[in-house]
Design a protein around this ligand. Structure first.
Ligand code: PMV
Length: 320
């Protein structure tokens, strides 16, 4: 009863920040993202009735700090009476550093575990289980450009453009590979409780989602750039105005934003977005990615640059 699955991280263009129901981990707002192809997490889940405890290995080391969240996710998916599991996770990028490693990890986990248990669950159901563990993980079940709707009691998730419909590129400038000091779950609750801007963030999200959906339907890059940068800066304003404040940026984050502004002034179709970490993701049209990558690589404080196209949703690699 073993299965291997792969999922890629996704990057939100209209951000998710805040929880409607912290216990069920339901998001307070919808979001819109792109699923990547160059970064991946491969997850092997082996269910064994003789095992007494779950075990987790992350990139060759014991993943004890993540194990409770992983075990809870398996309990919800397979029931508390499930066999215990040996879980092995490998990623080709730094984990917990604002590169959406929890998204690819939980998306791959639910796909591998349901296959190992021979459950046939549709993609949306698996996305809901992944989302209960990490809100953004629900989006990594789907390919291309993905919209998550935050309904009252459940989430809905679907791909709104396939990879070839609009082959955007994402150039990721990695500025610091250390795990973040404050997890996004804790930071979101803090923003909801203390940021004076939280209510207006919630109120305006539907308008941002409409604008982004329309930009995708019309392949209007400038319109997508405008709403995505605005959403990113609003989310970081919530973090900065929380008490105590949450600041994920470093000097290189600002330097990369200036680099993107200079590229825009030179006419390149590119915009930035930043998540719960210092890395800057520059989204561009395919013809611009080489120039964007070259200039970001030469920006002060940038350690590595990775370029990715859009990719597939989580899927089974192998089952035994
Ligand atoms: O899925 P979580 O709980 O790690 O939250 C991630 C939130 C952001 O990455 C900052 C924004 C988003 O929409 O992905």
């Amino acid at each position: 009863m073993r299965a291997d699955a792969q999922a890629q991280p996704n990057i939100a263009l209209v951000k998710y920040w805040g929880k409607r129901d912290p216990v069920r981990n339901l998001p307070a707002v919808g979001s819109l993202s792109v699923t990547l192809d160059a970064l991946w997490t491969r997850m092997s889940v082996e269910l064994d009735t003789r095992r007494r405890e779950d075990s987790l290995s992350v990139n060759g080391s014991t993943g004890d700090s993540m194990l409770p969240r992983v075990s809870d996710c398996l309990d919800r998916l397979l029931g508390a009476a499930r066999p215990k599991a040996a879980i092995v996770s490998e990623s080709n990028f730094p984990v917990a550093a604002g590169l959406a490693s929890s998204a690819s990890a939980f998306a791959a986990l639910v796909v591998a575990a349901s296959e190992a248990a021979s459950l046939s669950r549709d993609r949306l159901t698996l996305a809901r289980y992944a989302g209960a563990a990490s809100g953004s993980a629900a989006r990594s079940l789907f390919d291309g450009i993905v919209e998550l709707s935050a309904c009252d009691d459940e989430i809905d998730v679907r791909s709104i453009a396939a990879v070839d419909d609009w082959p955007l590129q994402v150039v990721i400038a990695i500025n610091d590979e250390q795990p973040k000091a404050v997890g996004s779950g804790v930071a979101m609750l803090r923003s909801a409780a203390t940021s004076p801007f939280y209510a207006s963030w919630i109120e305006r999200q539907a308008g941002d989602l409409d604008a982004a959906r329309r930009a995708v339907a019309e392949r209007d890059f400038a319109a997508l750039a405008a709403v995505a940068e605005h959403s990113c800066l609003k989310m970081h304003s919530l973090m900065w105005t929380s008490r105590p404040p949450v600041v994920y940026w470093n000097k290189a984050t600002l330097a990369c934003m200036e680099t993107v502004r200079a590229l825009q002034q030179d006419g390149y179709p590119v915009f930035f977005t930043i998540d719960a970490g210092p890395q800057v993701k520059a989204v561009c049209l395919p013809g611009a990615s080489e120039a964007v990558s070259a200039v970001l690589s030469a920006t002060d404080g940038v350690r590595t640059v990775v370029t990715s196209g859009l990719g597939a949703g989580a899927r089974i690699l192998d089952a035994a």
